[in-house]
Design a protein around this ligand. Structure first.
Ligand code: GLY
Length: 409
């Protein structure tokens, strides 16, 4: 397409997105969205009642809640979900429950042993700041969290180190894209441009080395920490090193879309579009839009553990994909917008009904069921997961904003 026309379409797309005006007719009505949000608000009260004050819901397995300490990568999702629901429904009790939880999470701002501070702090304290506007209380936590995350950036490698465990020299995982929003947002709020520069460098490095020619992504890239050269590409949670682990693909799509919003760098938008098109056109994408836990699940052979479960779906990947597509749809031309919104709607409808929506009062109060944490590791197989709930609610909230013409961000 002619460059000027493309730029014009892009400009119009960006402006309408900021104003929250989707140009595509939306096919889910506000009553259906509000019903889901109300229902989720009721469901999460069960979970809240069962959750000890200093613990964070992780999952529900074999009739028992699984809780974590604040240092687990998922600790921000439960308070974040409460805050998103409070915002969408005006429920002051949920607001208080969400804010109360933050005092047990706060100490993670000093945690320099994880790259997951974006998930942990931005999905929780970031929401609290947005809702209350109390920057005196919440911004310092986000600032310290950003400093802790930035301490894991290596100028030699040009990326943030994801994991300290394992046999890799300098492991960077695709999931890490999600943590960059903490850096870009705090950079803006606190006038610390260097944090944004680190996020951009990380995204560029990931774009250069995590993707195959078809825009599927590897899970783990191991770098030489002196030179930044790639030492190898692997999986940890996927079917095998060459597979397309579904949640990883969704993290990539969401992460590059978010980085486009944060930087207006078209290379990130183009990357997100390529990932979306890879996923939406994939021959193994089920008709209801809820992916198998790995698009290459068939690579798992009969002598591997968990072989019998290889065809499980992963609702958490679907929820992340749904929310990411809703945002991505706002930045593209009308044809692509329609394609992405229709797919997001398909996922949303699937997640809003059986078998994925948890029957009321069941599964310990988790909103969705049938997610997969790490199948090859025998961990969290076909269970509810706190991040599936978070991104589903975020998707509903984003959709509601489109319906009402409110700004998405
Ligand atoms: N970020 C860890 C996971 O997606 O399982």
């Amino acid at each position: 397409m002619n460059k000027i026309i493309w730029s014009l379409l892009f400009y119009i797309g960006s402006v309408t997105s900021l104003l929250g005006q989707s140009s595509v007719r939306l096919r889910i009505d506000s009553v259906a969205i509000q019903n889901q949000l109300q229902r989720a608000s009721q469901q999460i009260r069960h979970l809240s009642r069962a959750t000890p004050a200093d613990k964070f819901p992780q999952s529900f397995e074999n009739g028992t809640h699984r809780f974590s300490n604040s240092s687990w990568w998922c600790s921000g999702f439960f308070p974040g979900t409460l805050l998103l629901l409070a915002d969408a429904t005006g429920d002051s009790e949920l607001l208080q429950l969400g804010l109360d939880k933050l005092s047990y999470l706060e100490k993670e701002q000093f945690n320099t042993g994880t790259h997951d501070l974006g998930f942990m702090l931005y999905c929780s304290f970031g929401q609290a700041l947005r809702l209350t506007g109390d920057s005196a209380q919440y911004l310092p936590v986000l600032e310290q969290g950003a400093a802790s995350l930035a301490s894991r950036f290596s100028p030699e490698v040009g990326a943030i180190r994801s994991w300290d465990h394992g046999s890799w020299e300098y492991a960077v995982i695709i999931d890490n894209m999600m943590n960059l929003e903490l850096l870009t947002q705090v950079a803006e709020m606190s006038n610390q441009p260097n944090w944004k520069n680190l996020a951009v460098a990380h995204a560029e490095k990931t774009m250069a080395h995590h993707f195959r020619d078809d825009y599927s992504s590897y899970h783990v890239v191991d770098y030489d920490q002196r030179t930044g050269a790639v030492k190898g590409r692997y999986t940890h949670q996927g079917a095998d090193d060459e597979s397309a682990w579904s949640r990883g693909q969704a993290w990539g799509l969401y992460g590059f879309t978010m980085m486009f919003r944060e930087t207006e760098d078209r290379r990130f938008l183009e990357q997100a579009v390529h990932i979306a098109d890879y996923l939406l056109n994939h021959a193994e994408m089920p008709a209801d839009g809820i992916p198998y836990w790995d698009f290459d699940y068939h690579n798992v052979s009969g002598d591997r553990p968990f072989y019998s479960q290889r065809k499980l779906r992963d609702v958490s990947a679907a929820a992340v994909l749904c929310s990411g597509l809703i945002e991505l749809a706002q930045y593209v031309d009308r044809h692509a917008e329609t394609k992405y919104m229709r797919f997001a709607e398909k996922i949303m409808k699937s997640l809003s009904a059986a078998p994925y929506l948890t029957p009321e009062g069941q599964q310990g109060g988790f909103i969705l069921q049938h997610s997969v944490g790490a199948l090859p590791l025998g961990s969290e197989i076909d269970v509810p997961l706190t991040y599936a709930d978070y991104y589903f609610i975020e998707a509903l909230v984003r959709y509601k904003k489109l319906l009402t013409g409110a700004a998405l961000f």
